[in-house]
Write a protein that binds this ligand. Sequence first.
Ligand code: GAR
Length: 208
Amino acid sequence: MLNVVVCVSGGGTNLQAIIDAIADKTITNTRIKAVVSNNYGVYALERAKKAGIEGIVLCPKDFEKRSDFEAAFLDKMKALQPDLIVLAGFLVNIPGEMVEAFPNRIINIHPSLIPSFCGVGYYGLKVHEGVLSRGVRVTGATVHFVDAGTDTGPIIFQKAVEVKPTDTAKDLQLRVMEEAEWVILPKAIDAIANGRIAVVDGKVQISE
Ligand code: GAR
């Protein structure tokens, strides 16, 4: 059984997709041990509560220094002993110590086709605004392992989504979630839980 901790910052639709996929057995061999948020009062915590999952808040504002928050966050993660940490709309930079403590055991969903529209400054709606202002015809989402860089780790799955001429950034955000994020994030967790993912020479190998 893969014990997963899901980290969230906001609405938690990706968290919901994971909860639903476990319930309908799209994801097998997996349980969510806890949901950790860096913000109080976000709807993702409500979703966790409704599903009977422990919700934990670790808010940077409660700490004097950023490094104190990061140390507390790492301690909490170590105490939870997850097999996998899933960043599901977790808009916090992951410190190097955390990556070192959980090598190839942290995955992230990003709302573009990496290496486009990713890296520092590209998160949430800003990604889709970038896509629209560049005028690309195809965007999508990527689920990848987290390494020491920003959105640079080994790619597990990607899914393309069409950009329509009339799209606003919010339209695009929703279509990318529905068509790509909520599909490939559960798919990646299931593949990891069932031993189908290996990282070899910095690249992901998937076995059937
Ligand atoms: C999602 O679109 C996710 O891909 C994005 O934040 C949103 C969270 O939505 N993450 C990033 O931009 C990470 N760089 P949710 O809270 O409804 O799952």
